[in-house]
Design a binder for this molecule. Structure first.
Ligand code: PRP
Ligand code: URA
Length: 207
């Protein structure tokens, strides 16, 4: 699948399996989701642009690199919050924007209830974070908002993605890079991913 990177690293797959396991309670779920998010971030940021810089070590000049662009992390509430802290530990200078979206159970349409983002996203690398890509409605709504705010470089990080969601996102944003630990089989009649891991927000927060 073009523009979809499935992260097959053994630690990612090990942790994903723990998250899928129905016996994993909220406390462990929170911890493992954070761990897997950090591992996924390495892959998701591999193609970040860098610029050469020179520094002086205590002994001699050295050539190195720094990131060309500032980074904005955008977790989709609620479940995206479960991936935020550990990612922030890896990119502590990142800014953080928030998008609150809730899928209506009856229509599966995602409705906004919160938006707080830098006003002009043009100069940023944006990482959109949500553990689940199901119908793709939430991701498309979030992407539409980011595009309105000028975002030109966005990558989407989902722990689990359904083929239906990937198709929907790529039909509107064909070149959006998607990083995921698994492309699952399909959605069930209620719009849940099979086998998936259930309701990520509920499992994360125990509600
Ligand atoms: C879940 C999940 C995604 C969305 C995916 O959130 O975290 O944001 O569903 O579904 P979609 O691809 O069909 O839009 P939900 O709306 O249940 O809110 P929550 O995170 O507060 O539980
Ligand atoms: N949201 C979830 O949390 N899980 C799914 O399987 C689908 C949407």
């Amino acid at each position: 699948m073009e523009h979809v990177t499935v992260i097959t690293h053994p630690l990612v797959q090990h942790n994903l399996t723990r998250l899928r396991d129905r016996r994993t309670g909220p406390q462990e779920f929170r911890r493992v989701l954070g761990e897997v998010a950090a591992l996924m971030l390495y892959e998701a940021t591999r193609s970040f642009a860098v610029e050469p810089v020179s520094v002086k070590t205590p002994l001699a000049p050295a050539r190195g690199f720094h990131l060309s662009r500032e980074v904005v992390l955008v977790p989709v509430l609620r479940a995206g919050l479960g991936m935020l802290d550990s990612i922030l530990q890896l990119i502590p200078h990142a800014r953080v924007g928030f998008i609150g979206l809730k899928r209506k159970e009856t229509t599966l349409r995602a409705m906004f209830y919160h938006k707080s983002l830098p006003p002009d996203l043009r100069r940023f690398e944006v990482i959109l974070i949500d553990p689940m890509l199901a119908t793709g409605g939430s991701a498309v709504a979030a992407m539409d908002l980011l595009a309105e705010l000028g975002a030109e470089r966005v990558r989407l990080v989902n722990l689990v993605a359904a083929p239906e969601g990937i198709r929907k996102v790529h039909s509107r944003y064909p070149s959006l890079p998607i990083f995921t630990a698994a492309v699952d089989q399909r959605l069930n009649q209620k719009g849940y991913i099979l086998p998936g891991l259930g309701d990520a927000g509920d499992r994360l927060f125990g509600v």
